[in-house]
Every structure is written in C-alpha cells, then in structure tokens.
Write a protein of this length. Structure first.
Ligand code: NFS
Length: 644
C-alpha cells in the first residue's frame, strides 16, 4: 500500500489515501507501489510498430562506448526508435487537443447556422478580434461608407473557415501568422509550416510505420509540424472558439481542493475536458427549478465542482470551485459525497468506475468516443442539438441520487482560495499601459528588472512522483526569484490548492521585485490561464510581449522558460514540443522517453536551439529544475543587455 505522506504533499490527498485504505479500495497511489514501469519503455527504445517486435534496445550498463551498434530486426537504431515513439506521442497529444477543438468548432458551426438553440455566441468582441486572421471582413462598404458587417454572417464565415483548418487541401494554417514574424520565418525556412491539422497527425502515423522514415532528424521535423498544428492550430482554435461561445475569461475568485465538496449539498462533479458539455451542465444546475428540486430531496442546494481541465474551464468562466487534480479523481468519489460524476474525454481513469461501484455515485459518460465497459456506468450521449435536455437529465440524476448515500461521508476539510481566469486580454488589462493598451507595463517591469522573467509552468500529475511536490517547489522557487508564473492544467490546480493563486501569496513567497509589482497591480504571482488547450494563451501572451517591444524580435529572445514538473500524458509531450519550437527553453520533470537514445536526446536538447531558439531539458530535482530555468532567463537578459 502507498505511504500517504510519501505519495502526496497535500493534506486532503493524504487523508483520502488513508480513508481508501481503511475501506479496502485501491487507488492509483497503491497501484503505483505494486507495478513498476518498464525500464526499457521509459527510455523510449522499445519498438512495437510491427509484429517482428517488440524490439528492445536497452542501453548497455555503463553507457555506450564507441559506436552504437544497437539495432532492431529491421535495423532501426535506438535514435530512430526513440524519435518514432516520441513523435507518436506528439501525434497522440495533438490529436487529443485538436479533436477537442474540432468538437468546439462543430458546435460553433451549428450555432452559426442557427441549428442549436441551446448555445449562443456570448463574446462577439472575441469573434470580431479573430475574424481578420481567417481573412473574414468585419465591415462592408455601403454607399461608399464602411459599416459593420452583420455578426451572423461573420460568425458563419469564421465557423466554416475554422472547420476547414482540420482538413483543407492546400495552403497553411491561418493562425501561424499570429506568431512573431521572426518565428514564422524560422518555421518556413525549416519547412515545418503545418498544412492542415489532421494531415500532420496522419503523416506521423505513416512515417512511423515500419520501413518508412528512418532519420531521427526528419522524424522530429514532422513531430515539429504536428506540434505547431496543435499549439498554433487545434488548441488555439479550441481556446478561441470556446471564448466566442462561452465568453472570454476574466479574473474570478473561487476555491480549490476536495474540501469544496459539501456534505449537505448534492455534489455533482464535472470531469474531463470539453466545456461544450460542462457549460450546459452548469447552466442546468443553476436554474431555480433544479435548485428547488434538490431542496425537495433534502439537500441544501447543488454543489458543482470540477476535476482536470473541465475544472479549469468552468472555473475561469463561472468561478465554479475545483475539486481535484488528475491524481485525486478517485478520491472525490471516496468522500462518499459524490452523488454524480459526469465525464467526457481525456484523463479519466478507468478505475473511477470501480471506485464508484463501492459507493452510491452515479458515473455518467457522455461522449461517443469515450465509453466505459463497467456495468454501473450510465451513458447519456451529449448532443449539441438537445444539449440542455441532456444536461438537465444529468443534473436530475445527481439530485435523485442524493438520498442514496450509503457510506459514511468523509470530506477532507482542506481547501484554499484562488483567483483564476487570466488570459491574454486580462493580462493586458492588468499589466498593460492604460493609454498604450499593450503589454507595456509588463515589459517595462521586465526591463527594469522587478520581474526577472516569465515562466509557463503547466501539465499533469504523475503517480510516479510525489503528488504536487514538483509543481509547488518549482513554482515557489521561480516566484521567490522574481519570475512571474503563467500556469494551466493540473499545475494550475496544484497551485490553487497551495494558495499560490491569491494576491496575498505575493508578500509571502515572492522576491521583492515581483512582490512589488503584484501588490501594486493586485494580482497573484501565479496567473492561472486555464486548461491545457489554453496553453495557446501562453503562446499568444508571449507574442504580445514581443510585440510590445524592448525585449527582442522573437519569443526565443524573451527572458522566459517553460516547465512541466510532473507530466505524464502524450498531450504534455505535444505541448512541450510546441513550446520548444516556438522558441522556449522547456524543462520536464520525472523523465523523458529519450534517455535510451543519447544522440536523439542531444538533438532535442541542443541542436533544436539552432533551428528554433528553444530546446528540451530534463531535471528531476525541482529546485535545480527552477534554477535551470532562471539561468536561462538570465542568459536571455544578458543577451538583451538588461542584466540585473
Ligand atoms: Ni493536461 Fe487536462 Fe491534467 Fe495533464 Fe490531464 S487534465 S489537458 S493532461 S492530467 S494537465
């Protein structure tokens, strides 16, 4: 069994590990004790792309001396195998983000066509701001005068063009031009401008099939093209179209950790990724009829909360509290107070169904591509054409289940306050010049040294490392050294649970320069920018910083670095790679599946810098991890002539 103290730094999680063990229910933490990962797979050098394999090419003890003669049956080298595996991870991650984006685009198209009455365009300003990138005019000439164009017409044209990004026959992705010109030119020179989103992913599957692409440099080049298609394509489209449909987030106050659940309320937990579902469930649960209905069943009300990136989506737009990170999902049920958990796609552990089986919890899958085989799971397929109806059904199920609680309820009392909902627009509002209307103040504070640099710290939890320890130590070390942190995903949740997403955290944890800026402006030192597709907000914020001037011409010139201290998903690899090829020095914690192929690893961590300005690194120790990022930031400051 897992040792709760060694498994997590978080009190609520520790208590729930103990609780689960008392009840004889295994969690991911226990399973991590009982099953160790495959050492060869971890090094990235197991090829199972054909049935002559799996071919395993372990590094000889003591490393490689002289020529590396390892090869598979077909002759593939360790570098080829590691590169193939690596870009297949990029493909998996880019596919996940982008298919999510496609679903949003489909809903947007049906809204623009006036086919789904339950969704509307909430943010027309955002729509108008993105239309020009698709070459969609926002004004028309009438009798020699420029007048505003009909918003429905604009929406339809944007929707059709956006939809087309997944499969258009020629050209390149529209959003690539949002990158700084210098970066766009680098991509063009390297021949990695994505043509359309799906094609780049498909091409990875083709090129990694046995006997196709055998040059690790050429393989990673396609990985680069697909990663760009994710960050500056599928993910960015997901973020933008979600903002158009559901509203661009602005700072909101809320809470985080399992303690947000309430014993005397119906607890309905939203877990997964696409706000298309969760937005409707939130709307349905907030209707007076549903609240009354809950009261009629003896509850004081309905407590919604979120897990994983759905949590981030409903947090940033509605202030709905966050219940759990990826690793705490089983625990939300083990509280005995989860009346229903509704899931869609991604990061949903199959074991939640087994845990739900030990309690009264109704587990509801909603997505046609993500179903569960266990008998206790209910499937309510969510369809944009009758979204509110489906959502109401889900909320009712949760309420009806309130009186069926069987186990003793044990909700850990731990939670913390958080301010979330930052984005490109609100950062501009808080840190822009009021009359220049750009990132002027932020840049000014970077140039004068109060802010040493910018870090994007993102990504998952991983049961192979102590839950939240890497996240929190890396972030604290950065802000202590005056580096402002932009966070998303489960790092955002971890920071929220630790109280780092409050303006008050500035005086406690920050160096004097960053503390002064945060106190003056009234922002937390760690700005939560949303879900993992919202890493596109970090890219755009970086592009804005470049645009505001004084800090070089490209993202790679900025005193900035990226990090994923506890990553585990393929999505994280895609994100890491699009950060790198957008010019960001990016450090991952735990492990990288490249260690068995030193030449390929070196290519990622050294050679890529010459092509794109960014590079990969691995550092397990969180303090060293942060220090490496700071060293890179200082190197960039020096190059800009703004040494502190
Ligand atoms: Ni990101 Fe969201 Fe969390 Fe990791 Fe999973 S929730 S998309 S993959 S685990 S950060």
């Amino acid at each position: 069994l897992a040792d709760p103290i060694k498994a997590s730094i978080d009190k609520a999680t520790q208590e729930m590990i103990v609780r689960a063990q008392e009840l004889g229910i295994d969690t991911v933490f226990d399973r991590a004790e009982n099953m160790k990962p495959c050492n060869i797979g971890m090094q990235g050098i197991c090829c199972k792309n054909c049935s002559m394999g799996p071919c395993r090419l372990p590094l000889p003890k003591g490393g490689i001396e002289g020529e590396d003669t390892r090869k598979s049956l077909c002759g593939a080298t360790a570098n080829t195998i590691a590169a193939r595996n690596f870009i297949r991870m990029v493909a998996g991650g880019a596919a996940a983000h982008s298919d999510h984006g496609r679903c949003v685009a489909e809903v947007f198209l049906s809204v623009a066509r006036k086919e789904s009455k339950d969704y509307q365009i909430k943010d027309t300003d955002k729509l108008l701001s993105i239309a020009p990138y698709f070459d969609v005019a926002v004004t028309v000439e009438v009798d020699g005068e420029e007048v505003d164009r009909d918003i429905d017409e604009i929406a339809l044209e944007v929707a059709e063009k956006a939809m087309n990004e997944w499969g258009k026959a020629e050209g390149e992705l529209y959003y690539l031009k949002r990158a700084p010109e210098a970066l766009y030119e680098k991509w063009k020179k390297q021949g990695v401008l994505p043509r359309n989103i799906d094609r780049e992913i498909v091409e990875i599957m083709h090129r990694t099939h046995i006997g196709v692409d055998q040059d690790y440099k050429n393989l990673i080049k396609q990985g680069t093209r697909a990663a760009i298609a994710d960050g500056w394509g599928g993910s960015m489209l997901a973020t933008d179209l979600q903002d158009v449909l559901f509203g661009t987030p602005y700072p909101v106050q809320s809470e985080a950790n399992l303690g947000v659940m309430k014993e005397d309320h119906v607890n309905l937990i939203l877990h997964g990724h696409e706000p298309v579902l969760s937005e409707m469930v939130v709307a349905a649960a907030q209707t007076p009829e549903m609240v009354e209905y809950a009261k009629s069943k003896g509850a004081k009300g309905i407590q919604l909360s979120g897990i994983c990136c759905t949590a981030n989506e409903i947090l940033q737009r509605h202030g709905i509290p966050t219940a759990a990170t990826f690793l705490q999902q089983e625990m939300a049920i083990i509280t005995g107070a989860c009346d229903a958990m509704v899931v869609d796609i991604q990061c949903i552990m199959q074991n939640v169904a087994n845990v739900a089986n030990c309690f009264h919890t109704k587990l509801i899958t909603t997505h046609p591509i993500a179903r569960m085989e266990q008998e206790n799971v209910i499937h309510i397929e969510f369809d944009e054409h009758h979204a509110m109806e489906d959502a109401t059904k889900i909320v009712k199920l949760a309420i009806d289940n309130f009186e069926n609680r069987r186990a003793e309820v044990m909700i850990p009392r731990h939670k913390n306050t958080q301010i979330a909902g930052f984005g490109v627009e609100s950062v501009e509002y808080h840190l822009g010049g009021s009359f220049r209307g750009s990132y002027y103040t932020l840049n000014d504070n970077i140039i004068n040294g109060r802010i040493r640099g910018i870090a994007g710290v993102v990504g998952c939890n991983n049961a192979r490392t102590r839950h939240n320890e890497g996240h929190i130590e890396v972030v604290k070390e950065l802000i202590k050294n005056d580096v402002i942190v932009l966070t998303t995903g489960c790092n955002g949740i971890a920071c929220a649970m630790e109280g780092l997403l409050t303006p008050e955290a500035a005086s406690v944890y920050c160096g004097p320069g960053l503390a002064e800026v945060c106190e003056t402006v009234g922002i937390p030192p760690v700005l939560h920018l949303g879900s993992c597709v919202d890493n596109s907000r970090i890219l755009l914020a970086a592009a804005e910083v470049v645009k505001a001037g004084g800090l070089g011409k490209d993202i790679s010139d900025l005193p900035a670095a990226g990090s994923a201290p506890e990553w585990m998903s393929e999505k994280a690899i895609s994100i890491g790679h699009y950060f790198v090829v957008s010019g960001v020095y990016t450090v991952f914690g735990y492990t990288l599946p490249t260690s068995g192929a030193p030449v390929f690893h070196d290519y990622l961590s050294k050679e890529l810098e010459n092509l794109y300005g960014g590079m990969w690194d691995l550092e397990v120790d969180p303090i060293k991890h942060a220090q490496k990022m700071i060293a890179h930031i200082d190197k960039k400051r020096k190059a800009l002539g703004i040494d502190r």
